[in-house]
Write a protein that binds this ligand. Sequence first.
Ligand code: NAD
Length: 454
Amino acid sequence: MSFTAINPATEEVIASYPAHTREEIEAAVSAAATAFTSWRITPFKDRAEMMTRAAQILEDEVESVATMLTSEMGKTLTSAKGEVLKCASTMRYYAEHAESLMEEEIIASPASRSGIRYQPLGTVLAVMPWNFALWQAVRFAAPSLMAGNVGILKHAHNVPGSARYLEELFLRAGFPTGVFTSLFLGHQELADLIADDRVAAVTLTGSEVAGTKVASQAGAYLKKCVLELGGSDAFIVASSADMARTIPMAVTARVQNNGQSCIAAKRFIVVEDRAQEFIDGFAEAMSTVVVGDPMDPATVVGPLVSAEQRELLDAQVSDSVAKGAVVRAGGHTIEGRGFYYEPTVLTNVPRDSRAGSEELFGPVAVVEVVKDLAEAIEVANSTPWGLGGSIWATDPREIEQAIDGIESGMVFANALVASTPELPFGGIKKSGYGRELSAHGIREFTNVKTFYIA
Ligand code: NAD
């Protein structure tokens, strides 16, 4: 098995690495276990200095790191730079706040003194996807390492450069050997690692298929597990929406990261009194989105990550069109070099067709017209997922109704669903369980230890 990066814009192989051998894996797991014994008692101040240095290196190297991200998975250079800087700011956030987020809590009880201490668990194994190759890994690593855990990253097979860069970044910032390691692992080696007594917990960001597999392996060995899986977020356009702002945001919500984001809006649910206006404006705006070379600053949408991902998206669109969906913009693969797909808007999509029932990981929007906000919320909740959702409305009553009614881990009003280190990030239903970021994220991989002094 090899870990090979192919530039999706040029279809050229960038680099290829063999999987790590059994001996190399054993050495890494053993080094992580050794590192944990001293890392767990390293003062917050020292950990924070290293984390801040890592942030500084990322900021200094933003251009070259962003170029690597763009060539490995095709996101625009502009968004890649944003991703790198967001990693740096999240590292700074945890460097600054980890100590207070992990502070002992005193709780009144019959004891003379009692409460909670948060203590690290040990080696946390992180299984990560390619779509935000740096950010997904940092979203796990920054809080986990600051909490005193050590990490082993098993990255997606197509972003080996990002995986290696991260390991080197932490070493260059002064983190001791073994505190953060990246391994190129096949699925069997991953399963063996989950079973290893020296691995304390597992976190996976990725598809439902991978989540089910890894969670069941973690469950078999009673390991704590956090899952950040797929989504089909609703973007609800309510009667009171400010349409001039809503339409451009709808485009960004769907095409960000070339449409390959778990929290991209995938279903646009619009109340009938605003439907014509929204659909006409949205279809027009989507058909004029600039698609092209992701290195070009004028480009808004680059290629999809791979030929397979594009075939899947095209099959989903074709199935729905064959069953009666109406194409209002795009709808086709773009011929030529690179895995490009037209920004697409579909209406009248049958619920039992593929675009009506599956996650669309590319720039394809499904628009559904409903009677009123109550029905919009009902439709938003009619999927197996529950990651995020947004409401576009100027009436505060409509906003409150949506926040209360949407069944998902996150609801945003008049803003794109996004992650920020201060707030918890995660989903419910088949979008996974557990939370990343904020106090909740840093405490996921800790022992919430009760103490009681009589
Ligand atoms: P993927 O599930 O194919 O891969 C994710 C990781 O899991 C990779 O490291 C992969 O090697 C590993 N993996 C895959 N199958 C496995 C198996 N059977 N056993 C063990 N490990 C396995 O997902 P992807 O295609 O890389 O990413 C796209 C998916 O990730 C989408 O569904 C997207 O919504 C989701 N995602 C979710 C979040 C979130 O925060 N909730 C963020 C980004 C992506």
